[in-house]
Design a protein around this ligand. Sequence first.
Ligand SMILES: *Cc1c(COP(=O)(O)O)cnc(C)c1O
Length: 429
Amino acid sequence: MTKSLTRSTEIYDQACRLMPGGVNSPVRAFRSVGGSPLYFERAKGSLIWDVDGNEYIDYVASWGAIILGHADQKVNEAIQSAASRGTSFGAPHAGEVRLAEEVLARVPGLEKVRFVNSGTEATMAAMRLARAATGRNKIVKFAGNYHGAVDSLLAKAGSGVATFGLPDSAGVPAEATADTLIARYNDLESVRALLEANKELVAAVFVEPVAGNMGCIPPAPGFLDGLRRLCDTTGVLLVVDEVMTGFRVCRGGAIERFSVRPDLVCMGKVIGGGLPVGAYGGRADLMDLVAPVGPVYQAGTLSGNPLAMAAGCAALQQLTSDSYERLEASASRLHTGLEEACRMTGTAASVQRVGSMLSVYFTDHKVENFDNAQNTDKELFGRLFHGLLKRGVYLPPSALEAWFLTLSHHKVEIDRTVEAFADALKEAQ
Ligand SMILES: *Cc1c(COP(=O)(O)O)cnc(C)c1O
């Protein structure tokens, strides 16, 4: 069962000399589970292979961006065909219009969209737009919700509700988060209090409709509706960050699944079919404030990139209602299997899931907010992570990340995962 990781270790050593921590995005470096990261060489369907030739069932799925499975044939053909016609024009092309049509046809209430290159760019632009539209500066976000590496949104405020957000990162001036107010997830009262104390000062409430960046936390019944009502009565815009949930938890995202009416929506991950794409969109009157029609400047050299648009289109076109039923069925099989394994081993755990995103928290409580999520057994998760790695299952390397299924995770892979999970859990105890 012990795997050779010689090549990964060699590359990691070299990478550390060339790139900070040897990676291009921090969680990949395994810091929260210990050990050193694997370097990957190829992936197909639900499987991924490291440079030492070890095979893993992949539950990272590029942090949810991959939903059909890796190296999908139609997506690859679309990319190759687009590449043969030129990789970037920096000028309009019909591929952008095709993806815009696919997106608008799916997401209820979305009237216009602008493509960017990442989720971070999308939330940054949506925030600028919300501020311009309302003439207000303050933003409400939830502790534990992640909206990309944007200065003013990099605040989780461990100091709790109703305080000004303190920056989570060095290099973010306190002024950058001074207008960021932190509420508690699934707690409408905390939002009401902030809006009350900051009358006519708040431009927008940003929310992950299913929290996926502190593990998977479903919205409590009435939470999203309640946010809509609070926003309506205070003239605040509701910005639904669907970068993770969009086209994943339902054909039209969480907006469709939970019948939310957003003012603005941020998208990313699945929308690019595995290539770098983000988007923001919403009501036409708001989107028409964006340049060149309106005064809100936002631009990108590679925005609407032909390869990325083609990949996104080829991915979305294959996602039918039937796809989501299949995802639901396999995710539910995994969910039940994991719960059963926890019960059999006498492990206190809360397995939480919305559609094809889920996580296992080692705690005897349901996890409803960031405080709950932090209050779980992360050491046990670290041991489980390495036990699963040995057994050929690659989980997100952190207790506070969601796991993602693709349409290529079939019964065999799921049953193998559950078996490995049960063994690894026994060993980890
Ligand atoms: C991943 C993510 C982002 C950031 O997207 P990037 O493409 O990594 O910049 C923003 N919001 C949410 C909810 C995300 O999950």
